[in-house]
Design a protein around this ligand. Structure first.
Ligand code: ADP
Length: 679
């Protein structure tokens, strides 16, 4: 049983009519289960009682008892019925039009029917009935009157005149109508009296053959109303002329077909309309359910985020503690092997070697976990410095030599000639990536060799490839290889966390590079880390390589720390410093500078006071006040006019930007006591 019975088009017509007359539509809709916007939208089906409320309020606001008729007329004139108006206009003749009027009424309220009793050239008699036998309310009757009057207006003709001829109630429906109670006597005569005053009894008439009786005056609330619709002869003529050239044209099979098509169309339209209303309410319900599910999800996501931060902090703390302890174990084991605590026999030596190797592996795993937590909290940053690739490769090979030796695997290396001696990169991270690949190669290879190759795969790129003759990787496992915690392959040897390759890829990406892999099951694997080297960097590096000062052992030991928030400028200066044969390191974050000075212990600090997060002048003062760092000479790169400020803060030299790099280098060399040209 559908709850909503009446098309919202009537309420929409009411609200549009009210709005046009400057009435407060929200007030009309107060306490109704719909907003005025929803009712104006015309897509709903609403309940009769809600519609009645709207009618009553409109009548109160306008003080017009005939407002129903006016809204009906207005609705026709404004074409508020959309598609239906078009169908009505297409149908053309008064006869057909009035036949359609039945549909029109039915469309608004399926409980009503409109009978056509007579159609003449300029008039018609129609009867509006309720199918259910329930009484009409007077608004419904007068609204129908307005609709009938408005039909000619669809052709922009003057409205018709509509009078009520009579209203009647059926005998099987005798409860009070508009406050009057009806009674039938033995000879089928009908009487009525006001509900609260039986004495005011009056005769209404006799019951007709069809079982209804007419009432003596217009009593809305009757089951049926009879109307006479009258229009002008001009209207008739205009109808014929506008829609069809002559009356003959509207006869025949074509019209019947057209009629049938229109009927079908109408039905389809109505079904569609109802369906879309139903769909809309389903969508509304779903949207509410989705919204609440979304907010629950958002809460959950928030909670997970908080937990993940806590987890990362926990891992960082625990890893840090473990690293400290394990470093101590390695240290003691190394002291034992160095025999400073006394001589070791061969077995003791071998045992100590094992402790060193295993604890190194443990340290490696803990470092991976620390990096993961840094990566997840966005704290994994690059610390750029000049990295001597050959030197780094040898150090890494030395670190895993014992592991390879244990498995009787040969370690080979190849360095192509075009590989630059040094690049500007994060030394610790490059080494970590290389060690990850090397330890994997050893772990997953049982016989044969492991070969590392340093090469330049393309201009502006430098790469290291670790190739092994091990078990290889199944093609299906390839997509999982670089996933966090993912471990693939048949059996998983001890000591793996599934983090190594994930971190290697992340670090390579952090440096603007990538990791590539080629592997075949049972035929070994080759992992390549490719890193970018910018053109200007390569030139400078070449200069470094070709510059004999690089080999000058005196300068080679000199360490310069460049503190500048502009990383590109700092790097470029760094290359020039390297070209002059000195080592360089960088800092862009004011908060870390003091710690970095203490750790790196540079022979000279080049400082741009406009550092990120902390004022460089402040830092300079603090460095001067600390015994350990007070003696480190500082060269300030500042803005014009800051020379005195720099001197007041103890700077040994000042350069206003832009400055000549050559002059700066000369200055550094002279501050550091290296003679000009002593290369
Ligand atoms: P794990 O700590 O397990 O070695 P990784 O992220 O370093 O984690 O490697 C992920 C998986 O990739 C390993 O479990 C292994 O199955 C496979 N793998 C990595 N390197 C090699 C290799 N050189 N040969 C064969 N399989 C490899």
């Amino acid at each position: 049983m559908p709850k909503r019975e009446v098309s919202n088009r009537i309420s929409a017509a009411i609200l549009m009519y009210a709005r046009d007359r400057g009435l407060d539509v929200d007030d009309l809709c107060r306490d109704l289960p719909y907003t005025s916007d929803q009712l104006l939208d015309r897509k709903l089906w609403i309940e009769n009682t809600e519609l009645l409320t709207l009618w009553q309020r409109l009548e109160e606001h306008t003080g017009n008892a005939e407002v129903g008729r006016e809204v009906g007329l207005y609705a026709m004139q404004q074409h508020t019925f959309g598609f239906l108006s078009t169908i009505l206009r297409l149908s053309g003749s008064p006869l057909r039009l009035l036949q359609k009027a039945d549909r029109l009424v039915h469309y608004f309220d399926p409980n009503r029917v409109l009978h056509l009793h007579h159609v003449g050239k300029t008039s018609a008699i129609v009867e509006l009935k309720r199918k259910s036998g329930r009484p009409q309310n007077r608004y419904g009757c007068s609204f129908a009157r307005g609709l009938l009057a408005g039909i000619p207006t669809l052709w922009q003709l003057p409205p018709a005149t509509v009078e009520d001829l009579s209203c009647a109630v059926t005998v099987d429906h005798l409860p009070p109508i508009d406050g009057r109670v009806y009674e039938i006597d033995d000879s089928d005569r009908v009487f009525s009296h006001p509900q609260d005053n039986p004495a005011e009894r009056r005769e209404e008439g006799a019951i007709a053959e069809d079982g209804t009786f007419g009432v003596g005056e217009v009593v809305y609330g009757a089951n049926a109303c009879l109307y006479r619709v009258t229009w002008t002869a001009d209207t008739t003529r205009a109808w014929w002329q506008r829609v069809f050239a002559s009356e003959a044209d509207v006869e025949g099979e074509n019209v019947a077909n057209l009629e049938q098509d229109l009927r079908d169309l109408e039905q389809m339209y109505e079904q569609l309309h109802r369906f879309s209303s139903r769909m809309e309410s389903v969508v509304d319900e779903r949207s509410v359910a989705l919204e609440s599910a979304n907010s629950e999800l958002a809460e959950l996501a928030d909670k997970l985020k908080r937990q993940s931060v806590l987890k990362s902090e926990f891992i960082a703390d625990v890893s840090h503690e473990l690293r400290t302890l394990i470093s101590a174990i390695v240290g003691f084991a190394e002291l034992l092997t160095s025999q400073i605590y006394g001589p070791l026999n061969e077995r003791q030596h071998a045992a100590c070697d094992r402790i060193v190797v295993n604890t190194h592996t443990l340290l490696h795993m803990i470092n991976d976990m620390l990096d993961i937590s840094r990566l997840q909290s966005g704290k994994l940053e690059l610390a750029l410095e000049s990295v001597n690739l050959r030197q780094m490769l040898d150090e890494s090979l030395a670190a895993i030599a014992a592991l390879a030796e244990q498995k009787k695997l040969a370690l080979l290396r190849e360095i192509e000639t075009e590989v630059p001696v040094s690049i500007l990169a994060d030394r610790t991270k490059i080494k970590q990536m290389l060690l990850n690949l090397l330890t994997n190669a050893i772990k997953y290879t049982d016989r044969g060799h492991i070969k590392v190759r340093l090469h330049c795969p393309a201009p502006g790129e430098v790469a290291f490839t670790v190739r092994d003759t091990g078990r290889g990787i199944d093609e299906n496992d390839m997509p999982l290889l670089f996933e966090e915690y993912s471990r693939v392959g048949p059996n998983r040897p001890d000591g793996g966390t599934g983090l190594g390759l994930y971190l290697t890829r992340k670090m390579a990406e952090l440096m603007g590079g990538r990791v590539e892999v080629v592997s075949k099951l049972d035929h070994g694997s080759a992992f390549t880390v490719v890193l970018p080297v910018r053109g200007e960097e390569l030139n400078a590096i070449r200069e470094i390589d070709e510059n004999p000062s690089y080999l000058d052992p005196g300068r080679n030991r000199l360490k310069i720390l460049v503190a500048d928030s502009n990383q590109a400028a700092a790097q470029f200066l760094g290359l020039t410093i390297q070209a002059a044969g000195m080592q360089v390191s960088f800092c862009s974050d004011g908060r870390r500078l003091i710690a970095q000075v203490a750790e790196y212990r540079p022979h000279l600090l080049v400082l741009d006071p406009e550092l990120k997060h902390e004022d460089g002048w402040n830092i300079l003062r603090r460095l001067r006040e600390t015994i350990d760092t007070a003696a480190i000479p500082v060269v300030v790169l500042g803005a014009a006019g800051q020379q005195e400020l720099a001197a007041a803060h103890g700077a040994v030299a000042f350069f206003a930007k832009p400055y000549e790099k050559r002059e700066l280098i000369d200055c550094l060399l002279s501050v550091l006591g290296v003679k000009e040209g002593a290369q």
